[in-house]
Ligand binder design. Structure first.
Ligand code: ZN
Ligand code: ZN
Length: 310
């Protein structure tokens, strides 16, 4: 049976303690002056991941200039590799302490102006779930699940086998997509993650939103509703997709995926996935996303529970 979104948005909210953007408009227009929506972002990177630029404070000042009320940092997590692997797209484990201290210090420095929670963007690597859980408990405000690799990344990113390592941003076959959905759902089930970043990453270079894409979207969305995990509408993906070499691919965010998300009654949160301070200037994309999602009937969370404006 195809699930119907038959409980009203208000019913769902009452049960789970969320407020919608619309409900918060009044409050937010008071906070933001002219602005009619809360500008928040929980997906900000730092230079430590080796493919982002600027200092942490540059992001904060940029956000303040645009009227953001929350700027959460969720840089690509380090992993305690037993293989001695050094990843090219994440911080090293020995940089974690400095990352946490830097973001926390900014949170204190700018208290009262903007809330700056500290988190990490992590893959669903079961081998490290225990480590991650302890780290979250001890040192982090939140975690987002950005499932870039299959099981591990200290392995060949092009090989698709049981050992893992495959890069999910290059799914070209139905089997790749099925694996992405399966692994991502396993991650969601841990209860560690506050939202799923770019859940439609599997569409990045895939050419057509075919039956396999639909099936993966259904599985992911069904899990998101059952586990009450918001899905991120990723604004950086829109900018990637504008690149000439990617125009023939589906890209993400993928409209087909979000239509399925609407049918299932998923909750969304908008993420800038900022890798440069200027990425936070794309408030036009934020507003476009809000319009697109609400047009589909998707509930957009104004902020993560417990991590809203101060
Ligand atoms: Zn990145
Ligand atoms: Zn990211």
């Amino acid at each position: 049976m195809f699930p119907k979104n038959n409980s009203s948005a208000a019913d769902r909210r009452r049960g789970r303690g969320y407020n919608t953007v619309t409900e918060n408009m009044h409050e937010v227009s008071r906070m933001n002056g002219e602005k009619q929506r809360p500008l928040v972002n929980y997906h900000t990177h730092t230079w430590r991941c080796q493919h982002a630029g600027g200092t942490e404070e540059m992001y904060v000042r940029r956000a303040l200039g645009q009227g953001f009320k929350v700027l959460g940092f969720a840089d690509h997590t380090p992993w305690p590799y037993e293989s001695g692997y050094v990843a090219g797209m994440r911080m090293r484990l020995d940089q974690l302490e400095d990352y946490l201290a830097t973001v926390r210090a900014l949170g204190e420095q700018y208290a009262g102006q903007i809330r700056i929670p500290v988190g990490l963007e992590c893959e669903a690597f079961p081998h490290y779930f225990g480590w991650l859980s302890e780290l979250k408990e001890k040192s982090l405000n939140y975690l987002i699940l950005g499932n870039h690799y299959d099981l591990r990344d200290d392995a060949d990113h092009d090989a698709f086998d049981e050992g893992g390592g495959f890069y999910f941003g290059r799914c070209t076959k139905p089997a790749h997509i099925r694996r992405y959905a399966q692994r991502t759902i396993e991650g969601m089930r841990t209860g560690l993650f506050d939202y799923v970043a770019h859940p439609d990453l599997y569409c990045h270079v895939y050419r057509q939103f075919d039956a396999d894409c639909v099936a993966a979207a259904r599985d992911l969305c069904q899990a998101a509703v059952a586990l009450d995990i918001p899905l991120e509408y990723n604004l950086l993906g829109i900018q990637y997709h504008a690149r000439p070499q990617e125009r023939d691919a589906l890209g993400y965010p993928c409209a087909g995926f979000w239509e399925v998300a609407a049918q299932y009654g998923c909750k969304a949160i908008i993420g800038f996935d900022a890798h440069q301070p200027e990425h936070l200037d794309r408030v036009d994309l934020f507003d476009g996303a809000l319009e697109f999602l609400t047009g589909l009937g998707i509930e957009v969370l104004p902020w993560l529970p417990g991590l809203g404006p101060q």
